[in-house]
Design a protein around this ligand. Structure first.
Ligand code: ADP
Ligand code: MG
Length: 213
């Protein structure tokens, strides 16, 4: 039986490589130099597929991939249906934060009960966060370049991923509130785990034992 692993290009692919290597899996091509979306590995029965980060849970949910690597941010938006999430891989670490323009008094706006306009790709996580705080918000769904929204008057605040903060700084924005810590997790199709356990379990175990603490 063959195994298909869904990964996204960029940091998740790069940071997953050492974990796959620990399980003896090496891709025969790099998604950066190849335009192929299906990448063979040194094991004839194991292949990688390259999909958008937000699509990884969907491929695994429907069994088009047996396992995948997806950010906690992406998994919260997806909802996790049909997915077994055995391990936090501790890669692609960042934080989901509320950010505003420098000079916007977020605390005062919240205290005064102002209705805030918040632009984000992460509407589900944002909705839960502000509901828990009892803050009224109008959420505006965006698909990228969230930093622009407060600069052109689309929103008072954004909810976005932050690691070093340099993108915020470059756009005269500042993080004002922590929403959640994010890292990437291994996701496994629940039916595949039953059907292919003999092949999948050792792979999951090897990946898990290679995670850095
Ligand atoms: P895309 O541009 O398609 O959203 P990214 O490579 O930027 O893809 O993000 C993929 C995943 O990597 C995100 O879902 C998140 O979990 C994580 N991530 C995003 N930005 C950062 C960051 N600045 N530092 C660390 N991890 C990040
Ligand atoms: Mg990105």
């Amino acid at each position: 039986m063959s195994i298909t692993i869904a990964l996204s290009k960029g940091r998740i692919f790069e940071e997953t490589l050492p974990l796959l290597a620990a399980a003896g899996i090496e891709p025969l091509e790099s998604p950066d130099s190849s335009r192929k979306l299906i990448i063979d590995t040194n094991h004839a029965e194991i292949r990688l597929i390259i999909v958008r980060a937000t699509d990884v849970p969907t491929y695994v949910q429907y069994g088009a991939a047996d396992i995948g690597v997806a950010g906690h941010d992406v998994l919260l938006e997806h909802g996790g249906a049909g997915l077994y999430q055995p391990v936090d891989l501790r890669i692609a670490q960042c934080r989901l934060m509320v950010a505003t323009r420098v000079g916007f008094d977020y605390e005062a706006a919240v205290r005064q009960g102002a209705r805030l306009r918040v632009a984000t790709k992460y509407t589900e996580s944002a909705r839960q966060h502000f509901a828990k705080k009892g803050v009224h918000v109008d959420l505006i769904k965006l698909y990228g370049s969230m930093e622009l929204a407060p600069l052109v008057g689309l929103a008072d605040a954004i909810v976005d991923l932050v690691s070093t903060g340099s993108t915020l700084k470059a756009n005269q924005l500042v993080a004002v509130e922590h929403v959640l810590d994010v890292s990437s997790r291994l996701v496994v199709n629940q039916a595949a785990l039953k059907l292919k356990r003999k092949q999948l379990q050792p792979l999951l175990d090897q990946i898990a034992s290679a995670i850095s603490c």
